[in-house]
Design a protein around this ligand. Structure first.
Ligand code: MG
Length: 164
């Protein structure tokens, strides 16, 4: 039987995973509205994955004879200042989730809950991948932005050129 402390902490994490799904689904709609269907596709898939993360925790609780307590999911944002701003938020959110998973693991250690520890190893590895993916997309966008700036700088330089 799972401890009450472990059960409560897992229920909190289920809520965070569902909230992640909600944020990414909202962000997918934002990108599609902005005619960026590729980003929309990426975030639709991310949203489905977050739902699967919630279900892994949900199934673990049930297998352990625990009680699933679904809580209210906060409404996500619907607008972002730019594509870059949205991707920065994905990375920041994944960093927040990583911290939350680590805290959940701390509870599993404290409770000497070995089954939860093993189950959470998957999540710890998954977060390394999630952060790496979001970082790679953000870095590519920053390179594109730097390139735009380079074009603007060249444009400015060319404006100074005189007929000779
Ligand atoms: Mg997740």
């Amino acid at each position: 039987m799972i401890s009450k402390a472990m059960q409560d902490a897992i229920n909190e994490q289920i809520n965070k995973e569902l909230y992640s799904s909600y944020i990414y689904l909202s962000m997918a709609a934002y990108f599609e509205r902005e005619s960026l269907p590729g980003f929309g596709n990426w975030l639709r898939i991310q949203a489905e994955e977050e739902n699967e993360h919630a279900m892994k925790l949900y199934n673990h609780l049930l297998e352990r004879g625990g009680k699933v307590e679904l809580k209210a999911i906060p409404a996500p944002k619907v607008d972002w200042a730019s594509a870059m701003d949205a991707v920065k938020e994905v990375l920041a959110h994944e960093q927040f989730v990583t911290k939350s998973i680590h805290e959940l693991y701390e509870v599993a250690l404290k409770e000497k809950d070995y089954a939860a520890q093993v189950m959470l190893h998957w999540f710890i590895e998954e977060q390394v991948e999630e952060e790496a993916n979001a970082t790679a997309i953000l870095e590519n966008m920053q390179r594109i932005e730097a390139h735009d700036t380079a074009i603007l700088m060249l444009d400015h330089r060319l404006s100074k050129r005189k007929d000779d």
